[in-house]
Design a protein around this ligand. Structure first.
Ligand SMILES: NC(=O)c1ccc[n+]([C@@H]2O[C@H](COP(=O)([O-])OP(=O)(O)OC[C@H]3O[C@@H](n4cnc5c(N)ncnc54)[C@H](O)[C@@H]3O)[C@@H](O)[C@H]2O)c1
Length: 286
């Protein structure tokens, strides 16, 4: 509307966007792509890289309204993120923070990938306003975790008291204590848990005019992707046979996130989009 101040911002801006894992490979790509349309609220446990990246974005003219360094499961970080949102206004979320199998033990992986995800969504829930949209980054590994009724029942409530003890106990019972495969199994189950959170929350979000989806990446060229490629020969095998014939790029994930957050995806909620170059399709058809 002419004369109303800054009409360009009113028409272009799509509200505030929280990006978790903002100092990581996918987080950075999402910030660069989505920063054109959103004001950004960035968080990561890596304080130095987060601050440096935010400064870089600001120099490029991207509006970074706040940075919150710390563990995503930390109540102070979550309070900072939600406090930076505008009352009653829709928000967007791209949640990329996570740990891969080579980065931590089974318990820590479950804590960061699933419990912190549940804490983040619980913190955001009171702020839901019509038009809000969330994209959680899961993984193709989530499709490799077997459907085990008892484990799925536990993962239905990652915030239940004693959850981490119960789930690590269940995994140890399957694998035996101190198995070298424990971290990989925890990663797969934590991501299966993320896929199920999306299905479980979609009806409630829908009732309040919000949408929630996930993306399951294949092998993506980021610091995490490289680490897994270097430490697990199976990752290289999957990559070499990927139908798309190449490794994924962080921007492939950012493009998918932009679509899922945008108006063209307004009928899409409660589901997962695999951005894996066809790797899972190949695994399922073998
Ligand atoms: N790269 C791949 O090949 C691949 C494949 C499938 C799924 N994924 C998933 O994609 C997401 C993004 O991965 P990426 O490749 O960008 O990894 P990355 O390691 O480059 O970035 C992840 C970021 O998360 C942050 N982080 C880790 N633990 C945290 C915590 N407790 N609190 C706050 N921040 C924390 C890290 O500091 C890092 O900056 C992850 O959830 C990962 O599991 C990655």
């Amino acid at each position: 509307m002419a004369g109303a101040g800054r009409p360009d911002e009113e028409t272009i801006s799509m509200g505030k966007l929280i990006i978790t894992g903002a100092a990581g490979g996918m987080g950075r790509a999402c910030a660069r792509l989505l920063g054109a349309a959103h004001s950004l609220i960035l968080t990561d446990v890596a304080a130095g890289p987060l601050d440096a990246f935010a400064a870089e974005l600001r120099r490029e003219g991207i509006d970074v309204v706040g940075t919150f360094a710390g563990d995503l499961g930390d109540a102070g970080v979550l309070a900072g993120l939600t406090g930076a949102l505008d009352d009653g206004a829709p928000f967007a979320l791209v949640h990329t923070a996570g740990l891969s199998p080579s980065m931590a033990d089974a318990r820590t992986i479950m804590d960061v990938n699933l419990v912190a995800t549940a804490k983040l969504l619980a913190a955001l829930e009171p702020r839901l306003a019509p038009g809000s949209a969330a994209v959680l980054i899961a993984s193709m590994a989530g499709y490799s975790a077997p459907a085990i009724e008892a484990v799925d029942a536990l993962m239905a409530d990652p915030l239940a008291p004693g959850f981490l003890d119960a789930i690590t106990g269940a995994m140890e019972a399957m694998l035996g204590q101190a198995s070298p495969m424990a971290s990989g199994m925890s990663y797969a189950f934590s991501k299966r848990g993320v896929l199920r959170i999306v299905e479980r929350l979609a009806p409630g979000w829908g009732a309040r005019g919000g949408r929630i989806t996930s993306i399951s990446p294949g092998t993506i060229a980021t610091p995490m992707g490289q680490l897994e490629l270097d430490s697990n020969p199976q990752v290289g095998q999957i990559l070499r046979s990927t139908p798309a014939g190449r490794e994924g790029r962080a921007m492939d994930i950012a493009f998918a996130a932009r679509f899922l957050l945008g108006a063209e995806a307004s009928f899409i909620t409660g589901c997962d989009l695999r951005v894996d170059g066809g790797a899972m399709a190949l695994a399922h058809s073998a």
